[in-house]
Design a protein around this ligand. Structure first.
Ligand code: HEC
Length: 159
């Protein structure tokens, strides 16, 4: 007789172990996809990335959504692309050097929105907009382009 292994209680425990392993595996997989929670700058409510659903999610965007850090920080090609986007979409209000006109100064470390000091906060305000003239750009720019812009903004900031 093999004894303990065939005991019905043990079988039940083994089954419970399998269920637990599956549940933990599912949790870990889900966690890897949505590690950061983006917030709306004005309301602090969770921000859905539902604008321009047809866009391609690049590896940089995937990494950003996991870590909250901009993988393009310091990347010269991304900064050059961000500079072009800034000239087209942003500098009428913030000026080429970020010294500010209709929009506030972006080339120091003083932020109206404390979260804007971080990569994630910059992404949030560009994607979702702020008050008044600071519109949401999420319906015109891809997530990847927003990361390029954030990399460029870092080159303006001179605390
Ligand atoms: C039509 C004018 C206008 C344009 C265009 C514009 N902004 Fe703004 N921006 C503003 C205003 C006004 C504010 C202040 C918003 C507020 O107080 O909520 C602001 C706020 C910001 C802030 C937050 C500053 C802080 O101190 O917290 C950032 C970052 C920013 N803008 C970046 C951008 C970028 C990047 C673009 C281009 C994609 C852009 N803006 C385009 C007017 C503009």
């Amino acid at each position: 007789m093999r004894g303990p292994a065939r005991h019905p209680m043990r079988r039940r425990w083994r089954a419970a172990g399998v269920v637990m392993a599956l549940a933990l595996g599912g949790w870990a997989a889900g966690g890897a996809r949505a590690a950061i929670e983006l917030l709306d700058p004005l309301t602090d409510e969770p921000l859905a990335l539902d604008k321009r659903p047809d866009q391609t999610t690049t590896p940089a965007v995937e990494e950003f959504l996991e870590t909250g850090k901009n993988p393009y920080a310091g990347d010269e090609a991304a900064i050059a692309a961000g500079k072009k986007l800034y000239a087209r979409w942003c500098q009428a209000c913030h000026l080429a050097d970020g010294s500010g006109r209709i929009g506030p100064r972006l080339n120091d470390d003083q932020w109206k929105y404390p979260r804007v000091a971080t990569d994630q906060g910059k992404f949030e305000i560009i994607y979702a907009g702020g008050a008044g003239a600071m519109q949401a750009f999420g319906d015109r720019l891809d997530h990847d382009e927003i990361l390029e812009l954030v990399a460029f903004l870092d080159t303006l900031a001179k605390p």
